[in-house]
Design a protein around this ligand. Structure first.
Ligand code: BES
Ligand code: MN
Ligand code: ZN
Length: 495
C-alpha cells in the first residue's frame, strides 16, 4: 500500500472515498464542513438525526456519485478535548478497514483542524494507522475470505505545513511497516518460524536497513558460557540461534541502548508440559524478539543519532530425550547457578544470558520485552503490559516516551523481597518462585543478570496478541512493543 500527501481541497479529492473526521461535540472540522457542503448537507443530516454520535472509530458512509470522491466516510474521533495525534492511528485504520472491505482501493483522508498543532505527529499517525489497519493474518489462505482492497491512501494537506507533514509521513510509513513486519513474524506458525528462520528474516531485514548482524550458534553460546540459554534448547531438534544486531548512530557517544527480546519460537513448556488448551498461541512466544528485529530494521531506516544493539536469544522449548529436567542445575554467563524447578519458566532462562551479554557489550541502558508470565495476563489483562525497572528515572523516561505511541504500560514494583522467593537450596537461584506475584518474581530473577545497568523490563504476555479484532486492527499479533522501542530510541537520540 502507498501513503502520500495530496494537495486537493477535500471537495475536489479524487478517490473511491473521502474520509472526514467528526468529534462527538461540535463544531465540525473545516474538511468535514467542506465535505458536508459538497453532499448537500447530508453529513449534518446524519448527525442531527442522532444516528451518528462521533464516538471513537464509529463510522457512517454517505454516497455522492456526482462528486470526484464518490463517497464520504465519516469517522468518529470522540471528544475534542481528549484529542491526541495517536488517535489518528485508529482513525486511519478504521477507514482503511471499513472501506477496504467494500472493495475500495483509493481513499483521501482529511485531517481534523487540531492537526495544525502537531502536523508531523498527525501525518505519522495517519500513515501508521493506514498501513497497520491493512494488515491481515490470512497469510496461509489461498483465497482470503475478506480481502482488503486498499492500495492508496492520500493524506489531504489543505493548508498545513507541508515539510512537517512529509517528515511525519516518512516516519509513519517506517513505523507502520515495522509494526506489520513484527506481526508477520509473530503470526507465522512455529513449523515455519524456527530459530533459523527468525535469524534469516533478521538477516534480510538488517541487510535491507544497513544494520550489522551476527547470528551465533550453539557452539558459540557454549564458548560464552550461556548454559542457561542452552538448557532451554536441549529438548529441541531445531538448532538455537543467538541474534545480535548493531546500529551505531552516534560514534561520539559511549551510550549504548540494548533492546532484548524473548525469542521462544514455540513454548510447549518442555518436560513441565503445558496443557493442550490454547497451546497453539505459544507460537507468539517470540513476540518480544520479533519486536526487536522489526525495531532494528526501522532504526536502520530512520537513522536516529543513538547507538542501539538488538539481542534476540531464539530457541524452541520442547520436551525430548535430551531436554532439561526439573531439578537440573545450569550456569548462566555471569557464573550464577540456577536450579530449574519448572521447565516452562524458560523465558527468564534465555533472557538471563541475553541480559549478561548486553552488559558484556557495554550496554548503558537495557530494555527487554518478553511474553514472560501468565500472571501478567491475570493482573493486567489485555490492555496494559507490565513495566518493572531497577531505575526510577529510566522507567519514568521510558513511560514518557511510550505514552504518545498508544502502547500502554502499568508500573509494577520490584522490592528486594520478591527476590527472596527465587532463592534455591542447591543453587544461587531457582527459576520459579511459586504462583504469588509471578510477574514480579520473574522480574526479580532477571534483575540478578542486569547488574547495575539501568533497566526496564516489559512483560507483554497479555498484550502481544489479542483474540479480538478492533475497528482499526485485525485480531492476532499486535507488535507491542515496537512503537515504544522506537520511541525510547528516538527519545535517547540527539536530534
Ligand atoms: N510463555 C509463557 C507465558 C505466557 C502465558 C505468555 C500465557 C502468554 C500467555 C511462559 O514461558 C510461561 O510458561 N510462564 C509460566 C511461568 C511459571 C511456570 C512460573 C507461567 O506463567 O505459567
Ligand atoms: Mn513457558
Ligand atoms: Zn514462554
Amino acid at each position: 500500500m502507498q501513503v502520500r500527501i495530496a494537495h486537493d481541497a477535500p471537495e475536489n479529492a479524487r478517490a473511491g472515498a473521502l474520509v472526514v473526521p467528526a468529534f462527538s461535540d461540535t463544531p465540525p472540522s473545516s474538511a468535514t464542513r467542506a465535505a458536508d457542503a459538497a453532499v448537500g448537507g447530508a453529513l449534518t443530516d446524519v448527525v442531527e438525526s442522532g444516528e451518528f454520535k462521533g464516538k471513537l472509530c464509529e463510522t457512517t458512509l454517505v454516497h455522492a456519485k456526482e462528486r470526484p470522491f464518490r463517497r464520504v466516510l465519516v469517522v468518529g474521533l470522540g471528544d475534542r478535548s481528549a484529542f491526541e495525534p495517536k488517535l489518528l492511528v485508529r482513525y486511519a485504520g478504521a477507514a482503511v478497514r471499513a472501506l477496504g472491505r467494500k472493495g475500495i482501493a483509493e481513499i483521501a483522508v482529511a485531517l481534523p483542524d487540531e492537526a495544525a498543532k502537531d502536523p508531523q505527529a498527525c501525518a505519522a499517525a495517519v500513515a501508521e494507522g493506514a498501513l497497520t489497519g491493512a494488515f491481515e493474518t490470512s497469510l496461509y489462505q489461498a483465497k482470503p475470505e475478506r480481502p482488503l482492497a486498499m492500495r492508496e491512501v492520500a493524506i489531504l494537506a489543505s493548508g498545513i505545513d507541508e515539510g512537517e507533514l512529509e517528515r511525519g509521513l516518512h516516519r509513519g510509513v517506517v513505523v507502520g511497516e515495522a509494526v506489520n513486519f513484527a506481526r508477520r513474524l509473530a503470526v507465522t506458525p512455529a513449523n515455519d518460524m524456527t530459530p533459523t528462520h527468525l535469524a534469516d528474516e533478521a538477516t534480510k531485514a538488517c541487510n535491507d536497513a544497513g544494520i550489522a548482524i551476527d547470528v551465533h550458534d550453539a557452539q558459540w553460546a557454549r564458548e560464552q558460557n550461556m548454559g542457561s540459554f542452552l538448557s532451554v534448547s536441549n529438548g529441541s531438534a531445531q538448532p538455537p540461534k543467538f541474534i545480535v544486531m548493531r546500529y551505531m548512530g552516534d560514534q561520539t557517544s559511549k551510550e549504548l541502548l540494548a533492546l532484548v527480546g524473548k525469542g521462544i519460537t514455540f513454548d510447549t513448556g518442555g518436560i513441565s508440559l503445558k496443557p493442550a488448551e490454547r497451546m497453539e498461541d505459544m507460537k507468539y512466544d517470540m513476540s518480544g524478539g520479533a519486536g526487536v528485529v522489526a525495531t532494528m530494521w526501522a532504526i536502520g531506516k530512520l537513522k536516529p543519532r543513538v547507538n542501539v544493539v538488538g539481542i534476540v536469544p531464539a530457541t524452541e522449548n520442547m520436551p525430548g530425550g535430551r531436554a532439561t529436567k526439573p531439578g537440573d542445575v545450569v550456569k548462566a554467563m555471569n557464573g550464577k547457578s540456577i536450579e530449574i524447578i519448572n521447565t516452562d519458566a524458560e523465558g527468564r532462562l534465555i533472557l538471563a544470558d541475553a541480559l549478561c551479554y548486553a552488559n558484556a557489550l557495554g550496554a548503558t541502558r537495557i530494555v527487554d520485552a518478553a511474553t514472560l508470565t501468565g500472571a501478567c495476563v491475570v493482573a493486567l489483562g489485555h490492555v496494559n503490559a507490565a513495566i518493572v525497572s531497577n531505575d526510577e528515572t529510566f522507567a519514568e523516561r521510558f513511560l514518557a516516551c511510550a505514552q504518545p505511541t498508544g502502547e500502554r504500560f502499568w508500573r509494577m514494583p520490584l522490592d528486594d523481597e520478591y527476590g527472596d522467593q527465587m532463592k534455591s537450596d542447591i543453587a544461587d537461584l531457582k527459576n520459579t518462585g511459586g504462583r504469588d506475584g509471578g510477574t514480579l518474581t520473574a522480574a526479580a530473577f532477571l534483575k540478578a543478570f542486569v547488574g547495575e545497568t539501568p533497566w526496564v523490563h516489559l512483560d507483554i504476555a497479555g498484550t502481544a496478541y489479542l483474540d479480538r479484532a478492533s475497528a482499526w486492527s485485525a485480531k492476532g499479533p499486535t507488535c507491542v512493543p515496537v512503537r515504544s522501542f522506537l520511541a525510547i530510541a528516538r527519545g535517547l537520540s540527539k536530534a
